[in-house]
Write a protein that binds this ligand. Structure first.
Ligand code: G3H
Ligand code: ZN
Length: 287
């Protein structure tokens, strides 16, 4: 089964696949091992910054190595690639999935560039899954120190979403429904009704993606899945767990210099949070 098959299965069975970001091989391993322990698929994302740090070819090689070692489906996504050039780089390197995010551009430019990537990617690999983004998502994957307000004009319009999907040929659509990137000062309030309306407007074979999964209360996550979300992105929670465990380790053992000793607890912390999210998404035992 390819990623598209798992997304269709998730929608039909009312659960969501988890997408987790990695910028280090340790985080990559922790995410894959968490998925293996729960008998589910792993989707690893690298943003442009994360991919630059890890390396595009290195990320593909890690995916292949963990597939071999763990024997589970592992998919690699180019998360929030904000230019056609950057997205093409991920296609060429052998990513399974491309997220071309031109949501900050004018609608026509977004359609044009997203369509270009769909054609380019499918031409190289017919199995590839392409995600486009419509609506504006505020924040960054960190603990936000200022209050972030989602404006009505940020939100995805269901009719435009239908037009966007049909005009571009994407497989997945990232939507703005009250979600933000990062852990905000206030509790986010997802517009569940809007998710339902977008789900009704967009063809069933196109998966709806919820970004900014960190900091959203469990009840809202469950309601979003019930409304038709099939993929949820988590980054900040992983970064917070990883950095927090490293800080604690160095405060307890300030003289430790052996990387595989001082970073063991950070790997475990990432594994723990990924498992919690996968269970929350209902993704256990789905392969
Ligand atoms: O694409 C990445 C995700 O949308 C991450 O969002 O940092 O709020 O978990 P988050
Ligand atoms: Zn995102």
């Amino acid at each position: 089964m390819n990623l598209g098959d798992y997304l269709k299965k998730a929608l039909a069975e009312n659960w969501a696949t988890g997408h987790f970001n990695a910028s280090e091989s340790d985080q990559f391993r922790a995410i894959c091992e968490a998925a293996k322990d729960l008998n589910t698929i792993a989707i690893i994302g690298t943003s442009e910054g994360e991919a630059k740090h890890l390396g595009y070819f290195e990320a593909v090689a890690l995916r292949d190595a963990f597939r071999k070692e763990l024997g589970i489906p592992i998919f690699l996504n180019s998360d929030h690639h904000k230019s056609v050039e950057a997205a093409k780089k991920a296609v060429d390197a052998g990513y399974d999935s491309i997220h071309i995010d031109l949501s900050a551009e004018q609608y026509e430019k977004n359609v044009f560039g997203t369509k270009e990537i769909v054609e380019y990617a499918k031409n190289k690999n017919p199995q590839i899954s392409v995600e486009g983004e419509l609506g504006y998502l505020r924040g960054e994957s960190k603990i936000e120190k200022e209050k972030i307000t989602v404006k009505p004009e940020d939100l995805t319009n269901p009719d435009t979403a239908k037009d966007f999907v049909l005009s571009t040929g994407i497989n997945r659509l990232a939507i703005s429904v009250g979600n933000i990137h990062g852990i905000s000062m206030d509790e986010p309030a997802l517009d569940i009704d809007r998710i339902k309306k977008i789900r009704e407007a967009v063809p069933k074979n196109v998966a709806l993606v919820l970004h900014g999964g960190s900091g959203i209360p469990d009840g809202q996550i469950k309601a979003a899945i019930a409304a038709g979300i099939a993929n949820i992105h988590i980054n900040t929670d992983i970064r917070v767990a990883y950095a927090g465990a490293l800080r604690e380790e160095f405060s307890k053992n300030p003289d430790e210099v052996v990387p595989y000793k001082f970073d063991a607890s950070a790997r475990e912390a990432v594994k723990k949070i990924v498992k919690e999210k996968l269970i929350l998404f209902g993704a256990e035992n789905r392969i």
